[in-house]
Design a binder for this molecule. Structure first.
Ligand SMILES: *Cc1c(COP(=O)(O)O)cnc(C)c1O
Length: 392
């Protein structure tokens, strides 16, 4: 938990990503701050406490990452967790038995499982709604609704909620609103600027950016809320370790360049896939015909992200064949790294959904999801072309 630095507020995003939380070490002059592996810290005297005492409660390397995060999201503070799920779980632990969550219907599979299978054990219920339909969100709100949970870019259909609109609905009913900004990254959108209370990331994805670490983050602009979240985190213990904090901090320095370049390639591939004879439809918010295009254009500052889906003209088995045939695109869940990835939501990322919910929310057997990396776009196009040829 750490408050932002006043002076840095005037710096641009990319500059802050490199400098805030990365102040040189005064002891050695090292340009990169040292990684603090200590689990405990000597105190000035018995019963007197220094800035750090025990690493679960606070660690200098973690504090530095939390400071960068808060700065990039425009919050008063941030928290770094051992995974994205640990971060979402921390938010749900603000709730009590009898409380209710309203969440987006094309939710990350792990969040779906957490809400339905774990929160339910604590007497917390959840309703799923289309977050782009303000009336539906309004109608799903109950007197006991304490949390609204959405994704800035839904998964895997890329629905784009109007953040200002859903924040107003939540606040009119005195509910908190949190959003998962993993797919968007703070390069595309900083939800706190739209009145959202809590922004969450799986740092495993774009923030880390290299498929080499697991982490999660929360940021908020409400000091009281930050204190409550920190209390839960410290009491339950799912903190991010110093080495991974260092990796995420390093990832943040190139976040802006990576996401911009990856978004450019995604746009190019979306347009190309659209005219491919074996492709039924392409889901990408950058395409003018995508239902979320206008909201995305307004909220995302001209970028549309580096995730896209397309539906092949084929069966469940034929779709699998395409996913199995790519060479550059790795067949794997996860996303947001420099390596491009491919997967079939129905059998992989969204297998934890009930079959009925998959059908209801349009997660069809022919759907393929791509995470566009930093490879040359010509090579990526050629790889998809040869894989689509395997449909037969
Ligand atoms: C990966 C992911 C998560 C969960 O994060 P972990 O780091 O895997 O725990 C949550 N939301 C979204 C959108 C994700 O892609």
């Amino acid at each position: 938990m750490n408050s932002g630095n006043r002076k840095s507020e005037n710096l641009k995003f990319r500059t802050r990503a490199i400098h805030v939380g990365n102040e040189p070490d005064p002891a050695s002059g090292a340009v990169i701050p040292p990684v603090h592996f200590a689990s405990t810290f000597r105190q000035p005297g018995a019963g007197e406490w220094g800035e750090f005492d025990y690493s679960r409660s606070g660690n200098p390397t973690r504090a530095a990452l939390e400071r960068s995060l808060a700065s990039l999201e425009g919050g008063c503070g941030g928290l770094a967790f051992s995974s994205g799920m640990a971060a979402i779980h921390c938010v749900t632990m603000l709730l009590e038995s009898g409380d209710h969550i309203v969440a987006g219907c094309d939710l990350y599979g792990g969040a779906y499982r957490l809400f339905h299978k774990i929160c339910s054990r604590a007497g917390i219920s959840v309703s799923l709604v289309d977050m782009t339909d303000a009336e539906a969100v309004e109608a799903a709100m109950r007197p006991e609704t304490r949390l609204v949970w959405a994704e800035t870019i839904g998964n895997p259909l890329f629905t784009i909620p109007d953040l200002t609109e859903i924040a107003e609905i939540a606040h009119r009913r005195d509910a908190l609103i949190g959003v998962d900004n993993t797919f968007g990254s703070p390069v595309l959108v900083r939800p706190l600027e739209f009145g959202i209370d809590i922004v969450m990331h799986s740092a495993t994805k774009y923030l880390g950016g290299h498929s080499d670490c697991l982490g999660g983050t929360l940021a908020t602009h409400d000091k009281g809320l930050l204190d409550r979240l920190y209390y839960v985190q410290n009491a339950t213990g799912a903190v991010l370790d110093p080495m991974t904090c260092f990796l995420v901090s390093r990832g943040l320095k190139t976040l802006d360049v990576r996401v911009r370049e990856q978004s450019r390639s995604a746009m190019e591939l979306a347009v190309w896939l659209q005219q491919h004879s074996r492709v039924r439809r392409v889901l990408y918010p950058g395409l003018p015909e995508h239902p979320g295009h206008e909201t995305a254009a307004r909220q995302f500052g001209g970028l549309f992200g580096a995730m896209l889906c397309f539906e092949v003209d084929g069966s469940f088995e034929q779709t699998k064949r395409v996913c199995n045939a790519t060479e550059l695109f790795g067949l794997a869940v996860s996303l947001g790294a420099v390596e491009s990835l491919i997967e079939q939501p129905a059998s992989m990322s969204h297998a934890s959904y009930d079959a009925a919910d998959r059908a209801r929310f349009g997660i069809s057997d022919g759907l393929i999801r791509l995470s566009i990396g930093l490879e040359d776009v010509d090579d990526l196009r050629a790889d998809l072309e040869q894989a689509l040829g395997k449909i037969g």
